[in-house]
Design a binder for this molecule. Structure first.
Ligand code: TMP
Length: 208
């Protein structure tokens, strides 16, 4: 049984996820919501170790299948040890990326399609789906410029533009498939406008 609400934040590299994650946290604190802030891949000791494996560049090429399975291995630990216990005690969970990232990066970016991902999603998550997904959307070039300015690029950030074009496209397709759950935020607009749109999405969720 799920009591709390589950919010996820998604988007390509450099769209302002960290800044806006903190903003959502502030909005929830204003409403005195008990909130657990977490991230994927990661969120538990084991899942954070898997994150290191996934983000570090290795001499040995990671196959798309291994990458996909590692994402869901981390997710299973995270769900069982952090997300479900928090929701069951009535807390809200605010998660920096979740399974929509798998559909976008592995499904779109790595061209793996959706069938296997959907099977893993059902197996690992059962009925668990986010109540609200904030998709920070901006042209790929804008985000990549910001990501490059941050310094060293990880294994995903080092991908080429066409990879991120597919990631963005897959995110937008999912947003159109699930309009009731997704709020598309125009992350290329000024921060005040981005945060106005986010506040509205959170207010709408709160009113549901
Ligand atoms: P980030 O949390 O700093 O954005 O880094 C996580 C990276 O992992 C990011 O490049 C997206 C990628 N990722 C996937 O490819 N699939 C997933 O399911 C998740 C959660 C993240």
């Amino acid at each position: 049984m799920k009591l709390g609400r589950f919010i996820t934040l998604e988007g390509c590299e450099g769209v302002g996820k960290s800044t806006n994650l903190r903003f959502v946290e502030t909005l929830l604190a204003e409403r005195q919501v008990d909130v657990v802030v977490t991230r994927e891949p990661g969120g538990t000791e084991l899942a954070e170790n898997i994150r290191q494996l996934l983000l570090t560049k290795h001499h040995e090429n990671i196959t798309p299948e291994a990458e996909l399975l590692l994402m869901f291995a981390a997710r299973s630990q995270h769900i069982q040890h952090v997300i479900l216990p928090a929701l069951q005690r009535g807390a809200w969970v605010l998660c920096d990326r979740f399974t929509d990232a798998t559909y976008a990066y592995q499904g779109g970016g790595r061209n793996m399609g959706t069938e296997t991902i959907a099977w893993l999603e059902q197996t690992v998550q059962g009925d668990l789906r986010p109540d609200l997904t904030l998709l920070l959307d901006a042209p790929v070039e804008t985000g990549m410029r910001r990501a490059r300015n941050r310094g060293l690029l990880d294994r995903f950030e080092s991908e080429q533009l066409d990879f991120f074009d597919r990631v963005r496209e897959a995110y937008l397709q999912r947003a159109h498939l699930y309009p009731g759950r997704y709020a598309i935020i125009d992350a290329a607009s000024p921060l005040s406008e981005v945060q106005r749109q986010i506040r509205k999405a959170i207010d709408d969720l709160y009113a549901r």
